[in-house]
Design a protein around this ligand. Structure first.
Ligand SMILES: [Zn+2]
Length: 287
């Protein structure tokens, strides 16, 4: 068969299958949807480090806090956190492709556990809380941070931190009241650890509200315990999978590296013939 005939047949077959310039445009469009559906709020997971999964544990103390939480965690949740962490390290280090609600919340809690102003007790994540996080659809994840707090023991509970775009997206599926409830899902409920009431994070901030925190049993407990919590974290041995990671320079040109990596991976997707893969320039128009 001559190459001209072959080429004609391929062209005919492609036309039949609908693989042509339109398909290429549609592929670019699909890529665009992936980018923005997974990052509707228009920013990385963390505000620095390019959203690198290592950012919260890129220092010896929070890394030990992460190890300590995992040590205390039940097998089921621990294995899920480690699996998601390993997946991100290998496949999605800047957490660009999707949201990982359990991993992100876990890392954020470990990070905040070493906060001297607002320490969180270095405990395992309560199983009910972990299951609640696992039930969130990744595309509806509004980046919960441990901020609302238990009046009695000071343990912190999720509060959403997403920007207005994601909230607008959620309003296409849920009522205003439901979206509001998603923002503060634990406020007024009972603490899984001690049964105390979960309060608004603002009640530990500046002005008259701060008096609520300062007068609470939680403030007294956290103040009395924080030196012990710190000592327990410092005494923790890192497991092998965390010692072998090293520490990274997450400053400088990291944002550019994120973009480079993102483009490189998008243009080398297996299963899409090279001539139909969107070019970096095509993608850049949408990014
Ligand atoms: Zn409590």
């Amino acid at each position: 068969m001559s190459s001209a005939t072959k080429s004609k047949r391929i062209t005919a077959l492609e036309r039949k299958l609908g693989i042509d310039e339109m398909s290429k445009a549609s592929l670019i469009h699909r890529e665009w949807i992936v980018i923005f559906r997974s990052r509707l709020e228009g920013c990385g997971v963390w505000s620095s480090g390019g959203g690198c999964v290592l950012l919260p544990i890129n220092h010896p103390t929070p890394r030990k806090a992460f190890a300590l939480m995992l040590q205390k965690q039940d097998h089921r949740i621990r294995d899920l956190v480690i699996d998601q962490f390993s997946f991100c390290l290998q496949q999605d280090p800047f957490m660009l492709d999707a949201n990982y609600p359990l991993l992100e919340y876990y890392l954020f809690t470990a990070w905040k556990t070493v906060d001297q102003e607002e320490p969180i007790p270095p405990l395992a994540l309560p199983a009910q809380l972990a299951d609640w996080i696992l039930s969130i659809k990744p595309e509806e994840y509004i980046h919960y941070r441990p901020t609302d707090w238990c009046w009695q023991c000071g343990y912190q509970y999720p509060k959403g931190s997403a920007g207005p775009d994601l909230k607008r997206f959620l309003l296409t599926r849920y009522s205003k009241e439901q979206v509001w409830a998603m923002q503060e899902p634990f406020r007024g409920k009972e603490c899984y650890i001690c049964g105390g009431e979960i309060k608004d994070e603002l009640y530990r901030r500046s002005g008259y509200s701060q008096a609520t925190w300062e007068g609470s049993p939680a403030a007294r407990k956290c103040e009395a315990k924080k030196a012990d919590w710190k000592a327990e974290i410092e005494a923790t041995q890192l497991p092998e999978f965390l010692t072998s990671l090293g520490y990274y320079d997450l400053g400088g040109s990291l944002e550019d590296k994120v973009k480079e990596l993102f483009y490189a991976r998008r243009t080398q997707r297996p299963g899409v013939r090279e001539e139909y893969q969107p070019s970096v320039e095509d993608l850049a128009k949408y990014y």
